[in-house]
Write a protein of this length. Structure first.
Ligand SMILES: [Zn+2]
Length: 97
């Protein structure tokens, strides 16, 4: 498949998705606080995750383990190699009814 056909198909797919969601909902953004592995640091980098309005914070929470991170650093400059959610935030989300 040539690139322009692929791009057309992609554009069409995105347009159809947009039409499907337009009447019902607008996307929402969840800011997920990720932390580095450095002991005693815990300063979170808030990563923006844009999802359909039907997605809950818990849905986002549950997918974070599968994220592939590229060159992320906590605000103190330590690398964040694995997606680790700030424990306090994760606890709040998971306990929310
Ligand atoms: Zn850090």
């Amino acid at each position: 498949m040539c690139m322009s056909t692929r791009n057309q198909n992609l554009a069409q797919f995105q347009y159809q998705r947009l039409r499907k969601h337009r009447r019902r909902s607008i996307p929402i953004a969840t800011y997920v606080p990720l932390v580095c592995d450095r002991e005693g640091c815990g300063i979170a980098l808030r990563v923006k995750a844009v999802r359909p309005a039907s997605a809950t914070e818990l849905d986002v929470c549950n997918e974070v383990a599968k994220w592939k991170l590229h060159d992320l650093f906590c605000p103190a400059g330590h690398p964040i190699l694995e997606p680790k959610i700030q424990p306090e935030w994760e606890k709040l989300v998971r306990e929310k009814k």
